[in-house]
Write a protein that binds this ligand. Structure first.
Ligand code: RFL
Ligand code: PHB
Length: 396
């Protein structure tokens, strides 16, 4: 039977970052992951890191690649049809910025650091179950190569994403789930072509939302809003490029360089929050506890602030013997999560075409809101402050 201090379920960015930070403090942990490491790296997701997240990566000692190839962006653009407005992040926030560095790259850096430090990640486990999470002796059972194993621990970090088992372990009469499902998704395409612009452009367009993002000076990431009924097989690269070109402001569309896609997929958009995020000695971290639509670039960043909070709590538990402090987790995390949920919902609501799902009055409100926020200095400041990320809260 294996024994560790913190059993981490899921080797996505939340689980790997938590494992790395805990190990740096000498707190043992074992990670259990359902799929292979290669599969985890095949999921192309986030690209924008808040400053607080970047600092946490530095604290974890895995910032070398991020700091050498990640791009610091001190501005972001918002477009309304052909009109483009720059949100000067640094100027409006007193010096903050974001870093463009992909989730795949962070995950790769964390995996490599874990491997080099000889820390244990058990990939391809099945039937993961969490037991006695309210007791002082919780444990996890899982199957690997047809054999059932038991992992004893003091605490369990549920970092297993939206479809994981950790959240389901909290009894239904204890948890409340808040959800909003949007009537559209994002079709994303990754290509080795130079981006249309130096900065990201979030585009509200009469044909629907589009986002021009990037991974580097030679790799672009674009998204277009599509109805949920669309299938990725029906979108040839040519069809995608044509539609994107129509949704970008003309002055950016003229710079569009097309090429074969490296990846193309559709992600549905939803907001989801589980309360509370702690049950006994189980903590929900990242997408396991909350999901936001990607319009505010907040999903991975909220996962990182959860990790920061749990890591500080675990450090207090093991370094200072303060076991009481664990009860702060859910409240601290949820305060920041709800802010991120609100910003992401607001950006999504304001910038997308609801194609009849909103009444005409609400459509007019979104247009008016967009016009106000991009024309007013105060409005731009509101966007900038939230885009770079609100501060992390300390443990008492
Ligand atoms: P993950 O990445 O889903 O990882 C969870 C891991 O747990 C494993 N697992 C299990 N392991 C063991 N036993 C089980 N029973 C298990 N069940 C599941 C899974 O295999 C998986 O490896 O969650 P994590 O680590 O919390 O990370 C969250 C982020 O992935 C997510 O929030 C972001 O990708 C969201 N997101 C963005 N966030 C940002 O901050 N900035 C962005 O620019 C941004 N862009 C995006 C995004 C998400 C997108 N999609 C596809 C939803 C763009 C898109 C298109
Ligand atoms: C991305 O580059 O994948 C990306 C960037 C910003 C977002 C969402 C996704 O808001």
């Amino acid at each position: 039977m294996k024994k560790t201090k913190v059993a981490i379920i899921g080797a996505g960015p939340s689980g790997l970052l938590l494992g790395q930070l805990l190990s740096k403090q000498g707190i043992d942990n074992v990670i259990l992951e359902r799929v292979t490491g290669e599969y985890v790296l095949g999921r192309i997701r986030a690209g924008v890191l808040e400053q607080g997240f970047a600092n946490l990566i530095r604290e974890a000692g895995v910032a070398h690649n991020m700091d050498s190839v990640g791009e610091v962006h001190d501005g972001v653009e918002i477009a309304f049809n052909d009109e483009r407005v720059k949100i000067e992040l640094s100027k409006l926030t007193g010096g903050d910025s974001v870093i463009v560095y992909g989730q795949v790259e962070i995950t790769k850096d964390l995996m490599q650091a874990r491997q080099e430090a000889g820390l244990e990640t058990i990939y391809e486990v099945s039937n993961t179950q969490l037991h006695d999470v309210k007791s002082q002796t919780p444990y996890v059972t899982y199957e690997k190569d047809g054999v059932t194993h038991t992992l004893q621990c003091d605490y369990i970090a549920g970092c297993d994403g939206f479809h994981g088992v950790s959240r389901q372990t909290i009894p239904l009469d204890v948890r409340t789930e808040y959800e909003k499902v949007y009537p559209f998704g994002w079709l994303g395409l990754l290509a080795d072509t130079p981006p249309v612009n130096d900065e990201l452009i979030y585009c509200k367009n009469d044909r629907g939302f589009a986002l021009a993002s990037m991974r580097s000076k030679t790799r672009s990431r674009y998204y277009i809003q599509v109805p949920l009924t669309e299938k990725v097989e029906d979108w040839s690269d040519e069809r995608f490029w044509e539609e994107l070109k129509k949704r970008l402001p003309a002055s950016a569309a003229k710079n569009l360089v097309t090429g074969p896609s490296i990846e193309k997929s559709i992600a549905p958009l939803r907001s989801f929050i589980c309360e509370p995020l702690q049950y006994g000695n189980l903590f929900l971290v990242g997408d396991a506890g909350h999901i936001v639509p990607p319009t505010g670039a907040k999903g991975l960043n909220l996962a990182a602030s959860d990790v920061a909070t749990l890591y500080k709590i675990m450090t207090k538990v093991y370094k200072e013997g303060d076991k009481e402090c664990i009860s702060q987790y859910s409240d601290i995390v949820l305060r920041r999560v709800w802010n991120g949920v609100r910003f992401s919902w607001w950006m999504t609501d304001m910038m997308h075409d609801f194609d009849g799902a909103k009444d005409q009055f609400d459509e007019k409100m979104s247009t008016s809101e967009m016009n106000y926020f991009i024309q007013s200095e105060a409005g731009k400041k509101v966007i900038a402050e939230q885009y770079v990320g609100l501060p992390y809260e300390d443990i008492k």
